[in-house]
Design a protein around this ligand. Structure first.
Ligand code: IMP
Length: 443
């Protein structure tokens, strides 16, 4: 079926840096304008904290819109840890929220065996470690590509045990044959627990593609919520220091099971500075007191692993690239408050390598780790006074230096800012007049 002739009512929200750009907060803010919120890639390596009234939720798999009354969908592109998902559903319900969830029967399942493989593969890399979240993400995606993975529909089939045994045989070959280690998982217990958790979720399991396709065809508004960030994308990121899925906007179609024309608008989220967890090149990384100040003020510690995040300045070479590979038209700039009080803000405008100027983001991490960022200094801003009035949501009363920073970024990358976040609370999100309305579908 064709998408409706009036542009489909969808929006994809993606991260434009190394993850942790504040997508959870942006999606939480936007969700009330949508009927359905869909996760399409990644797994329990993602994590965000949402505070609503007295409740604090730490979600890894459930899309953020679950707390705004949206129907939520876990697409086929997501890798699902059944225990985590069941616990999240039960926890959210126990706090009095309805959970209307569709879980793709095609999604691959993360098992304790994948988690053991994640640790073994990291150990085998020696000094070339990726610094994964150790949640079994890479091995689950690689078992999928290698065609010995196990899916939600396998574990709910009448012959689930036979399918599981074949899967265990394939993992055993990896663990014992490749890594010369014993399988350290009680495979009977792992089967029982994965299957029990999925049985508990069975009423929600179905064809996510059909569900989302029908929703869009009937004119309902759908938000696709990306996890991780473009520079961690398996194809477009700083390979091999990346996650194992496509995090870019196009993955919203493949990871859900709808055609690309159903994915109409792309909003990219960036922090006013940058962070990275795990290993890999990060040209604008800074150390010492400036990094410590950003880390402490911005609470830059991993949500899933608690690791301190590496901190650095905004890299416009990388951002221009991320805007291009995602087809981003709208931006959400977050954490502008963290830089408040600095006299000037360094922004990387190009790279220099062996005396040559580079304006494109290099494919080779060895090149990327040798480039020298060329900075321009933009005037800093102070938000102390503005933040005291937490009800103010008027873009025009923001400090002119901050608006100047936003304009500079927009001109460099060719996209328009729809939202600006100047603090952790929901009320500290400013809509840019005109652009926000254009970016979000009308009811
Ligand atoms: P994996 O996704 O656990 O395989 O980890 C691969 C790389 O992606 C590591 O550098 C992780 O730190 C990073 N990573 C994965 N998920 C996230 C995320 O949600 N935010 C930031 N970094 C992430």
């Amino acid at each position: 079926m064709e998408p409706p002739s009036n542009a489909p009512r969808s929006l994809v929200v993606v991260g434009l840096q190394y993850g942790d750009e504040g997508k959870g907060k942006v999606v939480d803010y936007l969700a009330r304008h949508f009927d359905v919120v869909v996760r399409f890639q990644g797994g329990t390596n993602a994590g965000h904290t949402i505070v609503t009234g007295d409740h604090t939720f730490k979600l890894r798999l459930l899309p953020s819109g679950v707390l705004q009354g949206c129907t939520v969908v876990i697409g086929n592109g997501v890798v699902v840890d059944p225990q985590t998902l069941r616990e999240e559903v039960e926890h959210v319900r126990a706090q009095g929220f309805d959970v209307e969830l569709v879980i793709s029967e095609r999604a691959h399942v993360i098992t304790p065996l994948h988690i053991q493989l994640d640790a073994l593969r990291e150990a085998a890399r020696g000094t070339g470690k990726v610094g994964t979240t150790r949640r079994g993400i890479g091995p689950t995606y690689s078992s999928k590509s290698s065609r010995w993975g196990i899916r939600v529909c396998d574990l709910l089939a009448p012959d689930a045990r036979a399918r599981w045994d074949a899967f265990v045989g394939a993992v055993r070959t990896q663990v014992e044959g490749v890594h010369s280690e014993p399988l350290a998982v009680d495979t009977d217990e792992a089967f029982r627990s994965c299957r029990d958790d999925l049985e508990a979720l069975r009423p929600m399991v179905g064809d996510s593609g059909r569900f989302v396709h029908t929703a869009l065809s009937e004119g309902r508004r759908v938000l696709f919520e990306g996890a991780q960030g473009t520079l961690l994308d398996i194809d477009h990121g700083t390979y091999p220091y990346v996650t194992s899925s496509n995090c870019v906007a196009a993955a919203a179609a493949t990871g859900t099971g709808v055609g690309p024309l159903f994915v109409s608008r792309v909003l990219g989220v960036l922090k006013a500075y940058m962070t990275r967890v795990g290993m890999g090149p990060f040209p604008t990384e800074t150390n010492g007191t400036q990094a410590d100040r950003i880390r402490e003020r911005g609470h830059e510690y991993g949500t899933v692993t608690g690791r301190p995040r590496r901190c650095g300045w905004l890299d416009l070479v990388a951002l221009r690239y991320a805007v291009r590979v995602n087809g981003v038209r709208y931006l959400a700039v977050t954490k502008a408050d963290v830089l408040s009080g600095m006299e000037t803000i360094p922004v990387c405008v190009s790279y220099e390598l062996d005396g040559e100027e580079l304006t494109d983001f290099p494919a080779d991490p060895a090149v990327l780790s040798r480039v020298r960022p060329v900075y321009t200094e933009l005037p800093g801003w102070s938000l102390e006074e503005w933040c005291a009035d937490t009800t103010a949501t008027d873009y025009t009363v923001l400090p002119p230096e901050l608006r100047g920073f936003v304009r500079y970024v927009e001109e460099c990358v060719g996209a328009r800012t729809a939202l600006l976040s100047v603090g952790p609370g929901r009320s500290a999100t400013v809509r840019v007049p005109g652009v926000f309305e254009e970016a979000t579908p009308h009811a």
